[in-house]
Design a protein around this ligand. Structure first.
Ligand SMILES: Nc1ncnc2c1ncn2[C@@H]1O[C@H](COP(=O)(O)OP(=O)(O)OP(=O)(O)O)[C@@H](O)[C@H]1O
Length: 299
């Protein structure tokens, strides 16, 4: 069942800026990573989901309710982390969370306090004096503390140190296990790889791809370094086989394979192999195919 729905969404700011005919859904219990270069239209999409903007065409809906006209209703089930956090600077963190909690009605204070502990936030400090990372933690706690069904997070780990990024990723995985539906924009491929089920890539306001992350992982290219028992075996293997890229240096062959490695394994079975190692490529290599200036492409 789709919880977040975007259909033909268009907001034209002129000069080819904005979002154009966006259509995608996020299903119940799914973590959807929303990726794209700077200025691609991620925040514009998210602001439509939050009901802050009126589309020129199309619509955005959450839990079956059109976002612009049902904002208050949707908010009850929604946690939101904006890209640019604007807090009441004069308050301290604890007062701010108390205030936001009261606005939400009844919230489970023990869960809120657990989040404060987890992110090691010193909530007593004044927001004005907080670092970017501390403000980001405060924003994350505020988005999650009322246990919403749906979370919309605009670059959630921006400003967080690697340890906190890991704590955040663990939180996302826990929330997913609870059946939450999450859309998050990000520039961190590692974070997306760790947490998301599906990704959407937006470029120049258009959705250029949606992909299941598990399929994407299968499409990644891996490079193997294979040590044969002699230079002649290595040369014979390289001559007989045509993989994507293959090079020979003495007894060592370097070969790149896209996806399934069964044909490589089968061929290697015919030789004596002294060593085999894998140079790991990241999903980033796959994503980067979408980020350049070339026209729409599929992996
Ligand atoms: N109110 C506005 N009026 C005119 N242009 C706007 C307005 N808001 C955003 N834009 C433009 O629309 C494009 C999309 O901006 P948006 O903030 O959605 O990008 P983004 O993908 O979130 O980028 P980033 O990764 O840098 O945060 C940008 O070129 C931006 O300058």
């Amino acid at each position: 069942m789709s919880i977040i729905e975007i259909n033909g969404l268009t907001k034209d700011y002129g000069n080819h800026k904005g979002v154009f005919d966006l259509t995608f859904t996020v299903n119940e219990g799914e973590v959807f990573g929303y990726l794209g270069p700077n200025g691609a239209g991620k925040t514009t999409t998210i602001r439509h989901l939050m009901g802050f903007l009126t589309p020129d065409k199309g619509y955005a809906s959450i839990l079956g309710k059109e976002c612009r006209t049902n904002t208050a209703d949707i908010m009850k089930d929604l946690g939101y982390l904006p890209a640019e956090i604007a807090f009441f600077d004069g308050m301290n963190g604890a007062d701010f969370l108390k205030f936001m909690g009261e606005m939400r009605g009844k919230i489970d204070l023990s869960y809120r306090d657990q989040l404060i502990d987890r992110f090691e936030l010193d909530a007593k400090g004044r927001i004005r004096k907080m670092s970017k990372g501390m403000k980001q933690k405060l924003g994350i706690i505020c988005a999650f503390m009322h246990n919403p069904k749906v979370l919309i997070l605009d670059e959630p780990t921006s400003g967080l140190d690697p340890l906190m990024q890991k704590i955040f990723a663990d939180l996302i995985l826990e929330e997913k296990a609870k059946g939450k539906t999450i859309l998050m924009s990000s520039h961190s491929f590692e974070e997306i790889e760790r947490t998301c089920d599906r990704i959407g890539i937006i470029r120049q306001g258009e959705l250029v791809a949606t992909e299941d992350i598990h399929n994407l992982k299968e499409k990644r290219r891996r490079t193997y370094l294979i040590t044969f028992d002699s230079p002649s075996s290595a040369a014979a293997f390289a001559e007989k086989n045509h993989f994507e890229s293959i090079s020979v240096n003495g007894s060592i062959v370097k070969v790149s394979v896209l996806g399934n490695v069964s044909s490589l394994v089968q061929e290697l079975g015919k030789y004596t192999i002294l060593d085999l190692s894998v140079e790991n490529s990241t999903l980033e290599d796959v994503f980067m195919q979408y980020y350049g200036n070339s026209s729409k492409s599929k992996v």
